[in-house]
Design a protein around this ligand. Sequence first.
Ligand SMILES: *Cc1c(COP(=O)(O)O)cnc(C)c1O
Length: 389
Amino acid sequence: MSFNIELADRIKQLPPYLFVEIDKAKREAVAQGRDVINLGVGDPDQPTHQPIIEAMQKAVADQANHHYPFDAGVPKLRTEIARWFRGRFKVELDPLSEIYPLLGSKEGLAHFPLAVINPGDKVLLTDPAYPAYQAAVTFAGGKIQYLPLKAGNDFLPRIADIAESKNPKAIIVCYPNNPTSAVADRKFYEELVKVCTEKNIIIVSDLAYSEVYYDGIKPPSILEVPGAKDIAIEFHSFSKTYYMTGWRLGWACGNPQLIAALAKVKSNVDSGVFSAIQHAGIAALNMDPAEIEDMRTCYQERRDALINGLRSIGWKIDPPKAAFYVWAKVPAKFPDSMACVKTFLDEANIVMTPGVGFGKSGEGYVRMALTVPVARIHEAVGRMSKVLA
Ligand SMILES: *Cc1c(COP(=O)(O)O)cnc(C)c1O
């Protein structure tokens, strides 16, 4: 007799996690001994900064950090986040009620719908989008309405589409955007806050790329808009800014009621972030700003190398203003984004991400991550030119 394991519908509803599939294809190529250039996954290739590592080493040795952390975290981390936020966005946050540490911002984004979404509630998501949002809303039993992002509207959702939507409970936006690298300006956020206030829609803003910007133009926080704190929660991450993807540290901030509701979910799931990692986060927030500037310079050089290289082989793309992705139209010789990605992997050992993996409206595009050194970008462009010739 064999036991029949029947999985939950919410698991069956999920598409396979895109990056797992791509990673599998990449691993197979590497296992065959091929020289693979990975422009696929958005994980910075640089090591975490030394002052952060040293703060962690010290904190690990301190017995005070060996116990369950308080759910709400090390108080100093919250006051340091508040200080950083004031300096960066000119927004005051109450460290006790308006900031909450997370095991990475993805964890917070994944748990937040459980705090506000009832089964059947409608949630507005952009298409394309970071795949974790769809999973999070599905787990909470929410119904998704997609807002297509088009080049003609700078990959922003149309405010009119939000205004016309019937009874949405929440909307999730992410600017600077993954995968399109689009940015939202203050005016977009003002219009979004206005329409969502009128329609009683909770705004979730994912600001994981706030510090990855080019040409000195800093992306705003939605919390800069007057009234935003009444309806919005924003998710921040240490991962991309400080090369800390593996450490799992982020925070939520904004409306205290929404923060408290998320905290309630989390207190039943995890018992907080390892305190030593929180001390590493404090060190990160106090790092020499020149090091963060170096991070931007590094990506900007890579961006320029890739954009100029692609243009030189006839692939016309506008340079992104933020984040570390190039969102490129699929060349005419390929029928769709999957065929394009497959050909570049098979014939040139280059990993890219098919746009369709981020949603239906992502079809016709591929995403290339700027997470390899300039020399490898030159090599990649050389190989691409042979495929496109
Ligand atoms: C990388 C990324 C995150 C992730 O962050 P963690 O803090 O590492 O969990 C969140 N949102 C988007 C859009 C990302 O690309």
